[in-house]
Write a protein that binds this ligand. Structure first.
Ligand SMILES: *[C@@H]1O[C@H](CO)[C@@H](O)[C@H](O)[C@H]1NC(C)=O
Ligand SMILES: *[C@@H]1O[C@H](CO)[C@@H](O)[C@H](O)[C@H]1NC(C)=O
Ligand SMILES: *[C@@H]1O[C@H](CO)[C@@H](O)[C@H](O)[C@H]1NC(C)=O
Ligand SMILES: *[C@@H]1O[C@H](CO)[C@@H](O)[C@H](O)[C@H]1NC(C)=O
Ligand SMILES: *[C@@H]1O[C@H](CO)[C@@H](O)[C@H](O)[C@H]1NC(C)=O
Ligand SMILES: *[C@@H]1O[C@H](CO)[C@@H](O)[C@H](O)[C@H]1NC(C)=O
Length: 365
């Protein structure tokens, strides 16, 4: 509850504070700040599929590539992410670094109008690393949790949590999570300790929790949470897909930009994180959980499907605040930039609006 209390207080305070002048994303960049607005031709987009549409061999290949990123040495800027030791830490660190400002209402990549575009590009950069650095031949899979939520199957039996062909299951049961957890406690978690089986049982995560980017090796924590299931059902997605404007679609995904945090569990961006429990419920370092990327790929697919329902309007429709909880701050425009820090050149929002144009080249099955 600490986090929510703190966040709720800060939102209250933040609304009284004048909005700092800032660009739509953090301005610090060390690798490059060239706009990657080159027109590349996208002849053969790779095709992203739902996790269970991958063959067992393909699932294992994906998981091996993620483990490969967890072994390869970090390339992050050590002045910004001193704790990063592996390529996986690098991506976690980009998300942590870029999320700074949420808790103080001064910046970051959540509860802002470019949330969907930033995470779209982030998954693309991660997918590129899996392919270019770890020999993964496929496209990034997505996890359509509506299939599981609608099925009525016990959460412990969901294929995504399979110990052999999935990401492994629950963490150890921790009786008094409130006293020990480093992430906000959401009621209903059934575990909370280190993941006990599957490919990520013994991995070391070196950054996080929260905003910490110093060296802090720790296991991957999970606490599968059945209380989130009602919010992950397909009828909820159908409501979002019916949204008439970009702002309403965005609200259906991540909540109103003056969000009352206690309702966040009812919104599927958040519930898709909370269902894993553990590290995944940490707004800032939720990317410690490898399922993060399959969840965000699914959100991106939903966004793309929604765009394609009225492409002539929605490929250029954008809006929402630049600074979280600051309705008076400037609205996001297509010329604003997305900053991946050291991981990728700064990219204009207009260059990620279409998934086969600008810097992107993929499709969805
Ligand atoms: C732990 O925190 C949650 C959220 O605030 C609360 O609902 C629950 O009662 C707490 N549990 C204990 C054992 O204190
Ligand atoms: C915004 O970005 C531009 C271009 O990178 C830079 O010149 C300007 O100083 C930035 N503004 C702020 C407030 O950081
Ligand atoms: C789901 O399975 C777990 C492990 O077998 C069990 O402890 C739990 O009670 C089951 N949940 C439901 C709702 O049946
Ligand atoms: C697309 O949106 C525009 C503007 O809201 C609307 O006039 C048009 O009917 C929509 N087209 C479809 C196919 O929904
Ligand atoms: C942002 O856009 C909304 C409408 O979507 C408008 O009401 C608001 O005044 C705009 N904010 C600024 C600072 O221009
Ligand atoms: C973006 O910048 C271009 C040229 O710099 C300008 O023509 C266009 O009007 C701008 N678009 C928006 C939405 O600000």
């Amino acid at each position: 509850m600490r986090f929510w209390t703190v966040l709720a207080c800060l939102i209250g305070v933040a609304s009284a504070v004048p909005a700092p002048a800032a660009n739509s994303s953090a301005t610090t960049t060390t690798l490059a700040s060239t706009s990657a607005s080159k027109q590349s031709s996208c002849q053969n987009p790779i095709v992203r599929k739902e996790w269970r549409s991958l063959s067992i061999t393909q699932r294992k290949a994906y998981l091996s590539a993620v483990k490969c990123l967890m072994r390869k040495p970090s390339k992050a800027d050590k002045t910004l992410a001193p704790g990063a030791r592996t390529r996986y830490d690098d991506f976690n660190a980009v998300h942590i670094y870029s999320s700074n400002g949420l808790l103080t209402g001064t910046g970051g990549i959540h509860m802002v109008g470019f949330f969907l575009q930033w995470h779209r590009l982030f998954v693309w950069v991660y997918e590129k690393a899996l392919r270019d650095e770890c020999g993964y031949a496929g496209a990034h899979p997505y996890w359509d949790w509506t299939i599981d939520a609608d099925s009525g199957v016990n959460i412990t039996q969901w294929p995504i949590y399979d110990p052999n062909y999935g990401f492994g299951g629950n963490g150890d049961y921790i009786a008094n999570l409130n006293a020990t957890a480093s992430w906000p406690i959401v009621p209903g978690q059934t575990g909370g300790g280190c993941v006990k089986d599957g490919p990520f049982k013994d991995v070391m995560m070196n950054v996080g929790p929260g905003e910490s980017l110093t060296y802090n090796p720790h296991c991957l924590h999970r606490g599968l949470n059945p209380l989130t299931i009602p919010w992950l059902k397909s009828e909820r997605v159908a409501l979002a897909m019916a949204a008439d404007t970009y702002l309403n679609f965005d609200i259906a995904m991540q909540g109103p930009q003056n969000l009352d945090p206690t309702t966040a569990i009812t919104l599927f961006h958040t519930s898709g994180h909370y269902v894993q429990g553990g590290d995944s419920t940490d707004f800032i370092s939720s990317s410690t959980e490898p399922i993060f990327f399959l969840h965000h790929t699914h959100l991106d697919k939903m966004y793309w499907d929604w765009q394609m329902k009225n492409a002539s309007v929605r490929l250029t429709e954008i809006g929402g605040v630049r600074i979280p909880f600051h309705p008076e701050s400037a609205n996001v425009t297509l010329n604003d930039t997305l900053n991946m820090q050291w991981a990728f050149p700064t990219t204009k929002i207009k260059d990620v609006m279409h998934i086969q144009k600008g810097v992107l080249c993929y499709d969805y099955e």
